[in-house]
Design a protein around this ligand. Sequence first.
Ligand SMILES: Nc1ncnc2c1ncn2[C@@H]1O[C@H](COP(=O)(O)OP(=O)(O)OP(=O)(O)O)[C@@H](O)[C@H]1O
Length: 333
Amino acid sequence: MTTNSSVLSVRGLRTEFLASDKTWFPVVNGVDLEVAPGETLAVVGESGCGKSMLAHSVLRLLPKKISRLRDGQVLLGDQDLTALSDVKMRQVRGNDISMVFQEPMTSLNPLMTVGDQIAESILEHEDISIADAKRRSVELMDLVGISEPAVRAHHYPFQLSGGLRQRIVIAIALACRPKVLIADEPTTALDVTIQAQVLRLIDDLKTEIGMGVILITHDLGVVAEWAQRVMIMYAGRKVEEADAETFFQGPAHPYSRALLGSVPRPDAQIDSGEFAPLVEIPGTVPPLDKLGPGCAFADRCVYRTADCTQAVPDFVKVAPGRGVACINAGDLS
Ligand SMILES: Nc1ncnc2c1ncn2[C@@H]1O[C@H](COP(=O)(O)OP(=O)(O)OP(=O)(O)O)[C@@H](O)[C@H]1O
């Protein structure tokens, strides 16, 4: 069972990929998470840290043959999604859990008008007439910021810009009023103004229908504005979790600190009125199939000590809703 306050509960999730030498290596490694109704949990980390694979594992959309869900539970209410048949899992997807991917074309049918695609999604989940579903699809298009929705409802995906297509995908994802929405960089293709509109839309609906949101993003500005809780991933593992306010006041993991140092912040304004330059984190995320025995961040960490390369640090809960996986976290200045 999920806890009373959670709509989705992930326990000890481990997903593996097949390396070129035919051995399996973890890309999601023992991850736990909880999402409450009406809450946005931001999942943050550099490219290749396993954020998308975490989302794909929850939805059981992993590429077959080269990847496998090795361990763990994904609890939606009292249902463990890892134990469902493929048929049952298809009913859960797009009904109880929806996902918005980075690339909208992967989610749209090129041979159907966008209005019909939204209406079809509504009809799958609600007992209303086709005419009402079409009317609702136009309303949803309006809601996600598409001008002239009644006209554009008759367009095919290829006739719309990338940004408009992404808004259609979001309309489809929200049409069934899911319990959980997983949004993987949902606004990457959109300009900043539209990005804020779309995030506000997700936020409004989240509050209105008590949906839990997992928001995967590289953008800490987006996290600060829209997320209540933050989970930082590095090399397939959860390295820090905190409520957003606590996190921004004082991130506990050296990686989180480095990430926060790498974004321009209004409070970092320097005297000339310019923003302080970005601080890059030296090095890159190591290949996940070649990780050593210690902390995967050790090579890039300014707080590294000899012990860091001995063993992978445990994720330790330091306060309710707060945890960190760093043996030196308590001593960072
Ligand atoms: N198709 C694939 N084949 C082999 N390995 C893969 C594949 N997709 C992902 N991986 C492995 O999974 C790891 C995590 O990838 P994932 O896409 O989850 O990262 P991410 O944090 O979502 O990055 P991004 O922000 O760029 O989307 C990669 O570093 C890689 O080792």
